[in-house]
Design a binder for this molecule. Structure first.
Ligand SMILES: Cc1ncc(COP(=O)(O)O)c(C=O)c1O
Length: 391
C-alpha cells in the first residue's frame, strides 16, 4: 500500500511500541498505588510528563494527558470558557470556520449553554482573518480558539500574531482572554513552543505523530481558569479524572520526542516530495488546481481539486490500485456535503466535491510518489468519464 493519509493517522513508531509494551505486561500498576508496582507506574508517568513538557517548552504540571485531540479540544474550550464565565469575566468566545469538527461542534455546544460565539472566516489560502478576529473582540470575550495547522489544506494560522493582539487587548480590558490552539496537525513538521506561540492551551493527538490512538495531550498554562470536563478522582493535578492510560502516555512521550527531533530536516525532505507530487499532478492532469497555500503550510499536505469528478469515486479507484488518500467531501442520500474548510475558503462547490487530500509522512519515498504520478492521470480520466451527478 502507498499510504498518503498521514493527516488522518500515522503508524505507531516502533520505539513507542517498545516503550509501551512493558506497561501492557508486568509493569501494570495503577499510578495511584502506594506500593512498588504503583510507584513504578507513577515514575513512568512523571518521566513522560517531563518529556512532553520539554518538547513543548512547558512546565511539567502544565501537561495533562487525555484520551486524544477531541477530548483535549473539548476540555480546553468548555473548561476555560465555563471557568471564565463563572468568574464573571463574560461569556463570549471566538473561534474560526475552519476548525476540525471537534472545535466546531464544541463551539456549537457552548452556544447551547448560553455562550455567545463569533466564528471568524478565512481567505482563499485557508488563513483566518486577523481583521475579523480584532473586530470580534469585545469586553465580554473570555476565550479564543483557533487551530495552528489546518487538517484539510495544511495552512498554518497566525497564532503568535493573535496572541499578541490578545495581550494588547488584555492591557486595556479588565481581564485577559485565553487563547487555545488545536495543534493536532503540527508535531513533526514545525517546532512547537508554547511560549513563542503565546498560547494558554494547546491540544495534541498522539496517533497523528506516531503515538497510539486514544491518547492525547492538553497543555494548560499555569493559573489559566479551568473547570475539568471529567469529574472523579484527583488524577492529572485534579484536572482530568480517571486512572491514567500509562502505556498510552509512555508511547505518547516517546513518539512526541522523536517527532520533535529533526523536524526541520524532515520537513525539508517531505516538502520536496510533496512539491514533486504537486508539480507532477499539475503537469499530467488537466483541470487540476491546488486548494490552499503551499508556502505557509505544513509540508506534508497537498489538497487538489480535480474538476469534473466526485472525489469519493476517485479515492475508491485509487484504493483499488493500492493507494490510500482522503476525500474532502461526502455524498450521502444524493446530497453533497462538501468540506466546510473548502467552503469557507470560497472554493466553488463543484470543485470542492472533487477535492482530494494527499498527506505524506516521514516514511514516504520518491518511488511511491512516482508510482502515484504514474497511476493517477488514468484514474482521474476514468472517473471523469462517469461524470458528476447534479449538485
Ligand atoms: C486538526 C485536528 N484536530 C482534532 C482532531 C481530532 O483528533 P482525534 O480524532 O485523535 O481525537 C483531528 C483528527 O483528525 C485533527 O486533524
Amino acid at each position: 500500500m502507498i499510504y498518503l493519509d498521514h493527516a488522518a493517522t500515522t503508524q505507531l513508531r516502533p520505539e513507542a511500541r517498545e516503550a509501551m509494551l512493558p506497561f501492557l505486561g508486568a509493569r501494570f500498576g495503577n499510578p495511584s498505588g502506594l506500593y512498588a508496582v504503583g510507584r513504578d507506574a507513577q515514575d513512568a508517568l512523571d518521566a513522560a510528563r517531563r518529556t512532553v513538557a520539554e518538547c513543548l517548552g512547558a512546565r511539567p504540571p502544565e501537561v495533562l494527558f487525555t484520551s486524544g485531540g477531541t477530548e483535549s479540544i473539548n476540555a480546553a474550550t468548555l473548561g476555560i470558557a465555563y471557568a471564565m464565565r463563572r468568574a464573571g469575566a463574560g461569556n463570549h468566545v471566538i473561534t474560526s470556520a475552519i476548525e476540525h469538527h471537534a472545535g466546531l461542534h464544541v463551539a456549537q455546544h457552548l452556544e447551547e449553554l448560553g455562550f455567545e460565539v463569533t466564528t471568524i472566516g478565512c481567505d482563499s489560502d485557508g488563513k483566518v482573518s486577523v481583521t475579523e478576529f480584532v473586530r470580534a473582540l469585545r469586553p465580554g470575550t473570555v476565550l479564543a480558539s483557533v487551530m495552528l495547522a489546518n487538517n484539510e489544506v495544511g495552512t498554518i494560522q497566525p497564532i503568535e500574531e493573535l496572541a499578541g493582539i490578545l495581550r494588547e487587548f488584555a492591557n486595556k480590558a479588565s481581564h485577559r482572554v485565553a487563547l487555545h490552539t488545536d495543534a493536532v496537525q503540527a508535531p513533526g513538521w514545525m517546532a512547537l513552543d508554547v511560549e513563542k506561540l503565546g498560547v494558554d492551551a494547546l491540544s495534541l493527538s498522539s496517533h497523528k505523530f506516531g503515538g497510539p490512538k486514544g491518547s492525547g495531550v492538553l497543555y494548560l498554562r499555569r493559573a489559566t481558569p479551568f473547570r475539568p470536563l471529567l469529574h472523579g478522582g484527583g488524577q492529572e493535578m485534579q484536572k482530568r479524572a480517571g486512572t491514567e492510560n500509562v502505556a498510552g502516555i509512555v508511547g505518547t512521550a516517546t513518539a512526541l520526542q522523536l517527532a520533535a527531533s529533526g523536524s526541520a530536516e524532515r520537513a525539508a525532505r517531505v516538502r520536496a516530495l510533496r512539491d514533486r507530487l504537486r508539480e507532477g499532478i499539475l503537469a499530467a492532469v488537466p483541470d487540476a488546481q491546488v486548494n490552499g497555500c503551499q508556502v505557509d503550510c505544513v509540508p506534508n499536505n497537498l489538497n487538489i481539486a480535480f474538476g469534473g469528478l466526485e472525489s469519493d469515486t476517485l479515492v475508491q479507484r485509487l484504493d483499488a490500485r493500492g493507494i490510500a488518500v482522503s476525500s474532502g467531501s461526502a455524498c450521502s442520500n444524493s446530497t453533497w456535503e462538501p468540506s466546510h474548510v473548502l467552503m469557507a475558503m470560497g472554493v466553488p462547490i463543484r470543485r470542492a466535491v472533487g477535492s482530494v487530500r494527499f498527506s505524506l509522512g516521514e516514511t514516504t519515498t520518491e518511488a511511491e510518489i512516482d508510482e502515484v504520478l504514474r497511476v493517477l492521470p488514468a484514474e482521474v480520466a476514468a472517473v471523469r468519464a462517469v461524470g458528476v451527478p447534479a449538485v
